[in-house]
Design a protein around this ligand. Structure first.
Ligand code: C5P
Length: 227
């Protein structure tokens, strides 16, 4: 069976990762969460005194970026990949509000994007990959055979993120999360380099009123039309 590249882009907390992970498992493809890579760079910046939330020491980050190694390894307990930063499992740390509130300014930096896009393209060289993010269909894999752009209302997305954090026992008020979702949407759409936008040839999916099961079905159907 021929292998293709699948790009799933969209707004924050719209369920992209869930659908991307499920599809990858179903069809035996590699799954890469590109947002986790920007989150890992952000965590590195916080922990190494590069970003205090106000000012980014871009010179220091420019020097450090080549030494930031991000990889993914399967977690036998969850059956999903965990994110590793320079060999250390940071999966839980990168999902906190502390990182979520600082990730968009870091990912707006051109040299950070350049480094991440190069790593992502290397990961997808052999095809057979599902990658989710903001610029996968437009910049990372412009020739992807299947491109999806996912959206849902900010309130629904904030509720999903709230439930997710609560399930992990992490703090966060609904209002704070909603504000973060809106803020990230704004920065992601208005940055100069690779702003979040739907690729012209991407299929639009508004999943505000879809269950995970319905969304899964829809995606499998789209995959089946191509492969
Ligand atoms: O997907 P997730 O919400 O975890 O992504 C975190 C942040 O990383 C986004 O808000 C965005 O600023 C950035 N990002 C990006 N390009 C990608 C994936 C994520 O700029 N391909």
């Amino acid at each position: 069976m021929k292998k293709i590249t699948i790009a799933i882009d969209g707004f924050s907390s719209c369920g992209k990762s869930t659908m991307a992970k499920d599809l990858a498992r179903e069809v035996g493809y590699i799954y890469i969460d590109s947002g986790a890579m920007y989150r890992a760079v952000t965590l590195y910046s916080i922990e190494n005194g590069i970003f205090d939330g106000d000012v980014i020491d871009t010179e220091k980050l420019k020097k450090a970026i080549k030494d930031i190694q991000i990889s993914f390894r399967p977690n036998p307990e969850t059956g999903r990949p965990d994110t590793y930063l320079n060999g250390v499992n940071v999966e839980n740390k990168i999902r906190t509000m502390g990182v979520s509130s600082k990730v968009s300014p870091i990912s707006a930096l051109d040299f950070v994007r350049e480094a991440m896009v190069a790593q992502q393209q290397a990961m997808g060289k052999e095809k057979g990959i599902v990658m989710d993010g903001r610029d996968i269909g437009t910049t990372v894999f412009p020739d992807a055979e299947l491109k999806i752009f996912v959206t849902a209302t900010p309130e629904i997305r904030a509720q999903r993120r709230f439930d997710e954090l609560k399930a992990k026992g992490q703090e966060g008020s609904f209002e704070e999360i909603l504000e973060n979702v809106k803020q990230r949407d704004y920065i992601d759409q208005h940055r100069e380099v690779s702003p979040l936008r739907k690729a012209d040839d991407a299929l639009l999916l508004d999943n505000s009123n879809l269950s995970i099961e319905q969304q899964k079905e829809w995606l499998s159907e789209q995959f089946g039309k191509i492969v």
